[in-house]
Write a protein that binds this ligand. Structure first.
Ligand SMILES: *Cc1c(COP(=O)(O)O)cnc(C)c1O
Length: 400
């Protein structure tokens, strides 16, 4: 099988360490590969397939849209873009939305917003505060904001205009920005995803909100991975009761159809004027319909409360089974964004889980990451655990 897949992919660039698996179809939280092998999906295409696979209401809606119109370009109004923007405004407490096609594009737009916010105030060399272990994407600007030097290797020079600080340390932030008149924004993920499921503490979020108000900085929160209901709130920062000024979204918003969005509050909504920013595909009718239907179905089926409950169930079971083991450093996350940190690299678990019919992920070398579809049932969650926990215990027993 593996030889077939490798021989079948000689023309795509060698950018990913792929598993020798080609998935051909799915139903709910299950997917099947080219050989008919079945897997339980606890990754959802990296937090993208919010509604799982072949959802009985999403697919007919998308089919309906395909028959009507796929793309028009932004020389025209797109009614579903207005509908989706209105919904995001309602859910976020913010005011205006720019649509694009991916996470990095949303973050790129946020960085441009912050820089223009500075220029509009006469700051010609604006600086943005970013964080250790952050991941914001692979374009040059978002890669510069990303912390992982391995990802930056070979692509220098990185952009200037970023100040990097540790997470959850307000004094470090104040120290790094002390007497610096060029700071315009603070930019972070509420729960760092690629960096290893590292949550920002609610207290720190509130402190940063206050500091940004005091200093007239933009509070920009990358909710590309942790947003869209995954943690049990629409947006993970809402657990702290704050509202950001700029919020990039992507992954789960279209349930698999490429989409990105930057939501802005009053302080940032008027920064872009006609001609300042744009994209050909962004906000196209197919992606907008996917976003509208995803949120409609999530609301109708109570998926936020479900994500919170199922996340608590996962957390309880994982904690009971693993937390006393010396090889386990921490179990953390919120809702259906779950990290299990080991004391050593645990990448082998990826292949072992796939062999056992379970799709998971390992990030930051030592963290098993679970990002299941929000439609996962408790029975399916128990099935995930019944496959994963024995694999973890076997792996732990092998360690010296
Ligand atoms: C995935 C991710 C991105 C990048 O999104 P792409 O769609 O891959 O460009 C940015 N920020 C966070 C927090 C992410 O998880």
């Amino acid at each position: 099988m593996s030889a077939f897949i490798e021989a079948a992919s000689p023309h795509t660039m060698n950018t990913y360490g792929r598993l020798p698996i080609a998935l051909t179809h799915g139903q709910g939280c299950r997917v099947w590969d080219i050989n008919g092998k079945e897997y339980l999906d606890a990754l959802a295409g990296i937090a993208v397939n919010t509604l799982g696979h072949n959802h009985p209401e999403l697919v007919p809606a998308l089919q309906d849209q395909l028959h009507k119109i796929i793309h028009t370009c932004n020389y025209f109004h797109v009614p579903d873009a207005e509908r989706l923007a209105a919904k995001l405004v309602e859910l976020s407490g913010m005011t205006n939305v720019f649509f694009c096609n991916s996470g990095l594009e949303a973050n790129e737009a946020a960085i441009k917003l912050a820089r223009k916010f500075g220029h509009d105030k006469g700051i010609t060399k604006p600086k943005i505060v970013v964080y250790e272990k952050a991941f914001h994407g692979r374009s040059i600007a978002t890669l510069s904001a990303t912390a992982n030097v391995k990802l930056q290797q070979g692509f220098g020079p990185m952009l200037e205009g970023f100040i990097r600080v540790p997470l959850n340390d307000i004094e470090a932030l104040k120290h790094a920005t002390a007497n610096d008149p060029d700071v315009v924004a603070v930019f972070f993920e509420t729960i760092q995803g690629e960096g290893g499921i590292n949550p920002v503490r609610a207290e720190y979020l509130r402190e940063i909100r206050a500091l940004c108000d005091q200093k007239d900085w933009l509070l920009m929160i990358d909710e590309v991975q942790c947003g869209i209901g995954r943690t049990g709130k629409w947006f993970a920062h809402q657990w702290a009761g704050i509202v950001p000024d700029v919020m990039p979204l992507a992954k789960g918003l279209g349930s698999g159809v490429p989409i990105g969005a930057v939501v802005a509050g009053p302080k940032a909504a008027q920064i872009f004027q006609p001609g300042n920013h744009g994209t050909t595909f962004g906000g196209n009718p197919l992606a907008m319909r996917a976003g509208v239907e995803t949120i409609r179905i999530m609301e109708k089926d109570g998926l936020l409360a479900h994500a919170a409950e199922l996340g608590a169930h996962f957390n309880k079971q994982l904690t009971e089974s693993l937390s006393n083991h010396p090889g386990i450093k921490e179990i953390r996350g919120q809702g259906l964004m779950i990290g299990i940190e080991f004391n050593q690299p645990c990448g082998v678990l990826l292949k072992r889980a796939a062999d056992a019919g379970l799709i998971i992920n390992v990030t930051a070398d030592t963290v098993v990451r679970l990002l299941p579809p929000l439609i996962m049932t408790t029975a399916e969650a128990d099935e995930v655990l019944s496959i994963l926990l024995p694999l973890i215990h076997t792996f732990l027993a092998e360690q010296p």
